[in-house]
Design a protein around this ligand. Structure first.
Ligand code: SF4
Ligand code: SF4
Length: 418
């Protein structure tokens, strides 16, 4: 890699200069951009293994915008549920928000088993699920999807119904905005609310353009909350501060997903501090007062991660976290595709959907979502997955401003998912 290809080298200098004042203005809640030069004389921070506070609970609640719901700052991501016991354990430890989807395999059925195992659970748990309408999906199809969710969950209503994964590439052609412009969506929302089957509505995105997409959703005036990917790696570049500001101004609640960049990938030499990184990432997200809750799929599966998350939120983000995150983010940067798309896409002569391809491959590699990753990959039109030129080309790698080896990623995706 030439020196000019190091992650964001030219932008680093530009942003460092531009943000020195902005960061100070942001106050204690603002995180220094990871590309900013380390503060002169800052102490070298020693890593330590992750820690837990036995018996601790998630006591802190935040209001989810105009829904008025009070939810624990750590919630259950239901993307990879394997059994219902972790749900009961998490609720017992103070978590009261669960995020599922019609697209998460058997997830809604697993939640049903938890509700059957503890009859008082429904009263304690805020259930958010998702439907997945495209640009031409009808009101009837959406309401049918809602009824199927209610049936799988065995409940008479859900607290929140969200639009699944705007800009995800899995409902080609989905630019993130066009699905929000389907008038049938708002008719379905109106009817679902009137029938009492849904209390509130939300929109979700983890696309590179998620800030603009979800601001578009907020501008529609019909959504009470958003679920958004947010982490230290591309917070400023993805324009998340503008999204948070708009959500705050409109009193739209914010729940964060994917706080662990790249599916929790840990860069080489940071293996020993991975739990600390997990905890620091959660604290960093919650250092933003607009965020009501951070959901995490490992919390839905593993007691160890529940305990780490509970312990993480017993403390405020501190100088030690900043030091660790700064170094970790710098090390992870060349392995982390932000999904920003435009630069590599402009360099590709054959129109491969590089951002989506790399994301689906990450699902397979980091999350172990093998079936879902394959399914999404195959939903892309064939020319958007692969070109014969990819065997030898490196134009997208050369174009990526962050130094991501996108061409190798496209080849890896074909080997894994093709
Ligand atoms: S490869 Fe680079 S330019 Fe392309 S989507 Fe990923 S981070 Fe963005
Ligand atoms: S390696 Fe493939 S995806 Fe990347 S620029 Fe070349 S043809 Fe496009």
């Amino acid at each position: 890699m030439s020196s000019d290809k190091r992650p964001g080298r030219r932008r680093f200098l530009k942003i460092a200069l531009a943000t020195t004042g902005a960061t100070a203005a942001a106050g204690g809640g603002g995180y220094l951009l990871w590309r900013r030069r380390p503060i002169e004389g800052a102490p070298i921070v020693e890593d330590r293994p992750g820690y837990v506070h036995p018996g601790a609970r998630v006591e802190t609640r935040r209001r989810l915008g105009r829904t008025g719901l009070d939810i624990g700052v750590v919630g259950i991501g239901a993307g990879g549920l394997q059994g219902h016991e972790p749900i009961l354990r998490a609720v017992d430890r103070g978590m009261n928000f669960i995020d599922t989807s019609i697209c998460y395999g058997d997830s809604e059925k697993v939640i049903r088993r938890a509700l059957l195992a503890d009859k008082s659970l429904r009263q304690k748990l805020v259930i958010a699920t998702k439907w997945d309408p495209g640009t031409t999906t009808t009101k009837k199809e959406m309401l049918d999807s809602l009824d199927k969710s209610l049936s799988r969950l065995n409940v008479d209503h859900v607290d929140i119904m969200q639009v699944h994964w705007l800009g995800g590439g899995h409902k080609f052609p989905d630019d993130g905005f066009n699905r929000l412009d389907n008038p049938e969506l708002y008719l379905a929302m109106e009817e679902a609310r009137k029938s009492g089957k849904v209390r509130f509505f939300g929109a979700t995105s983890h696309a590179g353009k998620r800030s603009a997409i979800l601001q578009h959703a907020i501008d529609k005036g019909a959504f009470d909350m958003i679920l958004v990917k947010m982490n230290v790696l591309d917070h400023e570049d993805a324009d998340i501060p503008a999204l948070l500001a708009k959500a705050r101004d409109k009193d739209v609640g914010v729940v964060v997903m994917k706080s662990q960049p790249g599916g929790g990938r840990i860069p080489k030499a940071y293996e020993e501090s991975r739990y600390d990184i997990y905890q620091a990432n959660l604290r960093w997200v919650l250092d933003h007062p607009e965020v009501a809750c951070v959901v995490e799929s490992k919390i839905g599966r593993e007691a160890a991660y529940q305990d780490l998350a509970i312990a993480a939120v017993q403390e405020q983000l501190g100088r030690r976290d900043h030091g660790l995150l700064d170094r970790y983010a710098t090390a992870l940067s060349p392995d982390y595709c932000r999904g920003c798309g435009d630069t590599c896409a402009a360099a590709c002569p054959d129109g491969v959907a590089i951002d989506h391809v790399l994301q689906f491959s990450m699902y397979d590699r980091e999350y172990g979502w093998h079936e879902r990753a394959r399914e999404h990959y195959r939903e892309l039109p064939a020319p958007a997955r692969w070109s014969d030129r990819c065997a030898t080309c490196s134009a997208c790698t050369d174009a990526c401003p962050y130094g991501v080896d996108a061409a190798s990623g496209v080849r890896e995706a074909r080997a894994r998912l093709g």
